[in-house]
Structure formats: C-alpha cells, structure tokens
Design a protein around this ligand. Structure first.
Ligand code: FAD
Length: 583
C-alpha cells in the first residue's frame, strides 16, 4: 500500500460544491481519507457582531452543503468542530494523521492572522497546506500588485488591473464523488461541557471552556440550530444555502433582458416584494454562490443578447467589479482598512462619535469618549428606526427585520447618519450594519460606509440625499413606508414622508399621534429587548423628526467643506479665521 493522502478540506468563505478551486485542488490529491470540516470559530461566535438573521443564513448554508456532501457519499457530511482553528488544528493533525490541509484564501485582516497561525502549526506538524483563491473575480493580493501595489480605489483601476492578473476563470463543475472520511476520534478531547453555552450573556474569549465539547453535545459533529445556541428565532424571510443560491441565479439569468440591461441607478430601493436587485449578496458572502459562476452566467447572457446591453459601472458586471474593488482596498490596507485612524486613504472628518461600549467590560472605550448626548440619542433613534423621517425609519426597520436593504436604501441611511444629517461617525453606522446585515462583508461594508460619508472613495459631499424627496421619487404612494412603518399606514400620500406637516384632521383620520420624548425612549428600550417592529395594531404613535433637515443640511455642508479644506491645506490661517469658505 502506497503512502496515504489524508486531507482536511476546511470550508470557510466557500459554502458550496460548485466552482470551488480549493475543493477541486483537495479532491485532485485523490485522498485516501477526506474530511470536509467547518470550525466553529469563537472569534465569529463570540467576538464579531452577528445578528440572529445572519446566524440563520449561516446555519442554512452549513446544512445545505452538508446535505450535498452526504448525497455524494453516505459516510460523509460537513464535520462541525467547536474550537478555535488556531488551537484545534495542531491537535487534529496528530489525531487524524493528516497529510494535507486545503482551503480557500481569505484576505480579511482577522482571517490572515488566523490562517498564518494555522499554516505555522501545519508546517510544524509536517502537513502540506494548499490555499486557492476563489472568493473574488481576481485574487485580491494579485489585483493590488497589478495596481502598482496600491489599494484599488476606483472600479476603473479594477477594470485595468484585473485583466493583467488574467482572465476570470471559467467555473469548475461540482464534484461527482467525495471520498470517505477517515476515523473521527478526538483522542485529545478531554474537556467536557460544564454548562450549556449562554450566547446571550455577551462575548466570551478563546479560552472559555464552558461551551459544548468539540464534536457537539451528541458527539456527532452536527450543525447546531438557533434554538440549541439559545437564540431567538430569526425574523428574516431570506434563507441560505447553495441550492437556493443556484435556483435564484437561474431565475435571474432566465430573464435575459433584466440580466443584460441591468442598470443599478434605475432599480427602485422601495421595491420589496420582490426587490429590484438580485439579492445574491448574502450567498456571495457565505460562498454559497461562486462569484465566477455569477460573472460567467451574466457574461454569457450579455454575449447572446440581441439588444443593447448595459455597461459598468451600472451593469451587473459593474456591481461585481465594485465588490472586487473593496476587497482589493482591504487586502492592501489590512487591519487599518476598517478605521479612519492611521488609514492613509481616509480623510479626517470630525464626526461625533457616540460612546462605544466594550462588550466585555461594559465600559466606554475609544479615543473619543463622547459626552455628546444629542449624538447618542440621534444614533439610537436612527438605529431603531425612530428618527421621525418615515423613509429612513422604514429602511432601518427593514434592515433589522430582514437583514437586507437595497443599495440605494443603504445610501440613504448611511448619508443621513453621517454627512447628510446627524454628522455621526461612519464607524458607528458600520457596526450596526455588521450586526444586522445578512450579507455583511467587512470589505464591502467598511468601504461603502467610507464612500457614503465621503471619508474615502468618494468626495462629492455637496451631493446630499434628502430623507424626504429620495423615497418620494421612487414611491409617491409610500407603499414601502406603509409596510415597514405601519403606524402611518393610513396617512394620506401627501404626508406619508412628512407626517409632522399633516393637518390635525388628516392625523385624526389616519389615527396618528406623536410620541413624547419619554415615549420614544420607552420604544427604543422595547426594540432593544426584542426584535419585533411595531404593528399598526400596537400603536399608531410616531415620533416627530429628530431635527429640521434644511438646518442640518446647512450645518453638514459647512462642516464637510471645512474638513475637506483642512485635509487639503492643513490648518491654513484662512480656515481658522473663517475666510476659508472663499478658498
Ligand atoms: P446587486 O445590485 O444585485 O449586485 C450584485 C452583487 O454585486 C451583489 O450581490 C454584491 O456582491 C455586489 N455589489 C453590488 N454593489 C456593491 C457595492 N457597492 N459594493 C460591494 N459589492 C457590491 N454589500 C455586501 O455584500 N456586504 C456589505 O456588508 C455591504 N455593506 C454596505 C454598506 C453600505 C453603507 C452600502 C451603501 C453598501 C453596502 N454593500 C454591501 C453594497 C451593496 O449595497 C450590496 O452588495 C447590495 O445592495 C446587495 O444586494 P444585491 O445582491 O441585490 O446587489
């Protein structure tokens, strides 16, 4: 008998069997033992902000890939191991006599550090590591190299540098068979659970031993349910998994005209049943859909389309280039990419930074310890959809309930929180998106928040969205608002975006009254405790607007103009004496 090839395939950003260059590389080794593995990384479980809807999407995706593996080999499935990969793998390499570890490349800052530790452990154990790119159209590090070693800050740079890396590879078919796993004993496993994990009691640390044993409570390496994790049921209607992703893609591609002529700015942010764009982002995030599969199906549709097709940046391919652009910027920036401080691409803009609470100590942290209680109140009211601007509130409630909002909706709420209203720091907004989005991707979330706040990528700060006219343009009847802010569902269309302007008779007819400040805070607390948005039956009370928008617009324009001048000219005396406005 020749030398055994005992391979762990580590699923991470690639919860699929179709078009997976890393999975193909693993199977090409012709393993004599093959373990498809998912590690329940405590960083994700305890440290990252992950709301219940993203948990559900992840669990769906894990279950689906596991079922697909079992369909190819009854003895196999996705083996879920509950320990940090950095400490788990050194033990696993020995126990399972592993010869190879294979995974898809991940360029997120935390992932790079984690993978470096695992690769080091593999080297020490004599295990060969194979890493393949497959998460983006082009390997993000290669893209940066071909962009002169610089972060990709425009899609033109992506369109120029990408082809220099090479053509986007054609998708690889899903495997037709999966080898048997080897033995599954965990000889090193001594820690038995002392108590059921309490995921609601706040983040834990890597060395916390109180969670279930490594192969799960029944020792069968099963994917947990939300219930087992002690979580509330998800509220989103959007579900995960490769099977659903491929079905959704087929449906989109079947509509040739939609696919070939897609123009992002012409898609309505107020469409919600169904939405106007593809809603494939959460699948791309979890890798239940391959970006290259998506790219080539769109490309082939365009090639066979008889009419005039759309072009980047507004076309579907343009959207995928934006994704690669943010991944390239992150690959170049590392840990600094996700913050303003020490990030050479970010302009400093003196946004208010409401206090940040350390999840472990519950103490206020950060360089800026806010004493700005107004910013604090505005931030919380923005987060929970109680700003008194129905368009903004409807979007934030859709986000909390469903975990996804249209790109232009994200524009509206991000601009409103930062340079177009509240003048609050983009990092606080990005944290809320991190918690609630089902498609949360560090690269895209951070990059887009920098864009919208005019901190990086984009600089036309004087183009500001109105929290009234923007939604009204797309949906004059206010169907979207009526659905997500049911307190206002019977209000006349004339006032649906500005209820504070409604005459008493209209308010009375619609049964709407305004909340007092105390009642608003009660409402915030109610939202904090549970996930439910109010129903029209609960109450028809709604807040007055947090501020006068034209006043804030003038304030923000002035502050942005000043910040830009300081960024350009430093503390030029003209900036300081006030004559900077004429510069
Ligand atoms: P489509 O319009 O159908 O586009 C197809 C795909 O292209 C998307 O699935 C997505 O993967 C990619 N894409 C499209 N637009 C962008 C973009 N501007 N940046 C990056 N990728 C893009 N997208 C995320 O995937 N994760 C995030 O965490 C995220 N946070 C955002 C935060 C803000 C403040 C803003 C303004 C945008 C954010 N986006 C994020 C980008 C974009 O809004 C979503 O990708 C898009 O709305 C997803 O819906 P879709 O799949 O229907 O997109």
């Amino acid at each position: 008998m020749g030398k055994e090839t005992r391979v762990i395939y580590w699923f991470r950003t690639d919860l699929r069997l179709h078009d997976s260059p890393a999975l193909k590389a693993a199977l090409d080794l012709q393993p004599t033992a093959f373990w498809p593995v998912w590690t329940w990384d405590p960083h994700y479980v305890y440290r990252a902000r992950v709301g219940v809807n993203r948990w559900q999407f992840l669990i769906d995706s894990l279950n689906d890939v596991s079922t697909s593996i079992t369909k190819l080999n009854k003895k196999s499935k996705l083996f879920l191991l509950r320990e940090a990969p950095q400490t788990l793998y050194p033990k696993l390499f020995k126990a399972w006599k592993v010869t190879h570890l294979v995974f898809e490349k991940d360029t997120d800052a935390y992932a790079r550090d984690r993978d470096a530790a695992v690769i080091k452990a593999a080297k020490e154990a004599g295990v060969e590591v194979i890493v393949k790119s497959g998460r983006t159209l082009w390997d993000s590090d290669e893209l940066v190299k071909k962009n002169g070693g610089n972060a990709t800050m425009t899609i033109t740079q992506v369109q120029t540098a990408g082809p220099k890396v090479g053509p986007v590879p054609r998708p690889i078919p899903a495997p037709k068979s999966i080898p048997d796993p080897g033995e599954l004993e965990l000889h090193f496993e001594q820690e038995q659970p002392t108590s059921k994990p309490d995921f609601n009691s706040g983040p834990r640390r890597h060395d916390d031993k109180s969670y279930e044993n490594i192969s799960g409570p029944n020792g069968d390496f099963a994917v947990p349910s939300l219930e087992e994790l002690g979580m509330q049921p998800a509220t989103t209607k959007h579900r995960g998994g490769e099977s659903l992703a491929l079905k959704a893609l087929s449906k989109i591609i079947a509509d040739k005209k939609y696919t070939a002529t897609f123009e992002k700015p012409k898609t309505a942010p107020t469409d919600f049943e169904p939405q106007a764009t593809t809603l494939l982002s959460p699948h791309l995030h979890f890798g239940s859909l391959s970006i290259r599969e998506f790219y080539w199906q769109v490309q082939d549709t365009i090639a066979s389309y008889k009419g005039k097709s759309s072009e980047p940046p507004v076309s579907l391919l343009g959207q995928l280039y934006f994704r690669d652009m943010y991944f390239g910027a992150q690959a170049a920036g590392g840990w600094y990419y996700a913050q303003t401080i020490n990030n050479p691409h970010c302009r400093f803009i003196p946004f208010s930074l409401p206090a940040k609470i350390d999840p472990d100590t519950k103490l206020i942290t950060g360089e800026f310890q806010s004493t700005d209680s107004q910013a604090e109140e505005w931030f919380v009211r923005w987060k929970y959809g109680l700003t008194g601007f129905p368009w903004i509130d409807a979007l934030m409630r859709q986000l909390r309930l469903e975990g996804w909002i249209h790109h232009l909706g994200r524009h509206a709420v991000a601009c409103f929180l930062t340079r177009g209203g509240c003048f609050i720091h983009w990092e606080r907004g990005a944290e809320v998106f991190e918690e609630w989005l089902i498609d949360h991707e560090v690269a895209s979330n951070v990059g887009n928040w920098q864009w919208l706040s005019c901190t990086a990528f984009y600089s036309m700060y004087y183009r500001m969205y109105s929290p009234i006219a923007f939604g009204q343009k797309w949906d004059p009847e206010g169907k979207f608002v009526r659905n997500f802010v049911p307190e206002l569902k019977d209000l006349d269309r004339k006032y649906i975006y500005e209820p504070w302007k409604a005459p008493k008779s209209d308010l009375k007819k619609a049964g709407v009254s305004f909340l007092t400040t105390d009642q608003i805070l009660d409402q915030v607390n109610r939202f904090k405790e549970g996930l439910s948005n109010p129903t029209a039956e609960d109450s028809k009370q709604y807040p007055r607007p947090i501020f006068d928008f034209p006043e804030r617009r003038a304030f923000c324009l002035d502050a942005m103009k000043k910040a830009y001048h300081i960024n350009l000219y430093g503390n030029d005396p003209k900036v300081l004496d006030g004559s900077w406005k004429e510069l």
